[in-house]
Design a protein around this ligand. Structure first.
Ligand SMILES: [Zn+2]
Length: 245
């Protein structure tokens, strides 16, 4: 049976002489594995549309619950990702996070939209990389049910958190003076804290609508990354690569 699906290609693995096995995220099927037969041969018409980090309209053929790609029309190739190595590395990290946090066969339209918006912002240079990365990480954890609790100090309950720090094992912000026991924490700033609140509350298309730079952005960045890694529960190879660049 044939069906049409838009798909964000998260990962491609070479298989046999000229085939690709894809991991893709789609509105209708959620995360799905697709076979792209002949995609690596020179004359293939599905080569471009089945590349990693491409948003494509795919014609799929389903048999016994397995899908293969029969046609692929590229809708968005995110050319800016391929122009700079840092962009490509961060794009790959975004794709790896989407794969890691999504569930096979379960449509997650908000998560897919966050991925597309982040890749588009990165490709078009709509915001600095560190800002896109931090906002993506925060929104992703929140969507998956792990929103950090930063509205008030987790100890004293005040909205105005004095000399804020972030407890990376709990995902909460507290005042430096409220921290009595020995706990692992990351230094924070009031500016970074305010930006984090805005990112978490913003409507989907405005998740990058916050101004932040210098130390504030550096703090937001390290806190967001630490929290995402805590939620993931493991190292993420593409992040290691991105950070080496
Ligand atoms: Zn407090």
């Amino acid at each position: 049976m044939f069906r049409t699906e838009n798909a964000l290609i998260l990962r491609e693995v070479r298989f046999r002489e000229s085939d690709r096995i894809l991991t893709a995220m789609t509105p209708g099927l959620g995360k799905v594995t697709l076979a792209a037969h002949g995609a690596l041969s020179k004359k293939s018409r599905i080569a471009a549309g089945t590349q990693q980090l491409t948003w494509s309209e795919l014609t799929l053929f389903e048999k016994d619950g397995r899908y293969s790609v029969r046609e692929a029309v590229t809708r968005e190739a995110f050319p800016g990702l391929r122009r700079e190595l840092e962009n490509l590395a961060l794009g790959s990290y975004i794709a790896e996070c989407l794969e890691l946090f999504s569930t096979e066969g379960q449509p997650e339209p908000e998560l897919l939209q966050l991925g597309l918006n982040s890749l588009y912002a990165l490709s078009e240079g709509l915001a600095p990389r560190e800002k896109i990365k931090a906002a993506f990480e925060l929104r992703l954890t929140a969507m998956e049910g792990y929103a950090p609790a930063v509205e008030v100090c987790a100890v004293c309950g005040r909205k105005e958190i004095r000399s804020p720090v972030f407890l990376q094992d709990d995902g909460v912000a507290v005042c430096r003076d409220c921290l009595r026991e020995e706990r692992r924490f990351l230094p924070f700033t009031s500016g970074a804290l305010e930006a984090m609140r805005r990112v978490l509350q913003a409507p989907p298309k405005r998740f990058l609508s916050f101004g932040l730079d210098g130390e504030d952005l550096a703090r937001l960045s390290s806190v967001s990354e630490a929290w995402l890694l805590h939620c993931a529960g493991r190292e993420i190879p593409s992040l290691e690569y991105y950070k080496k660049l």
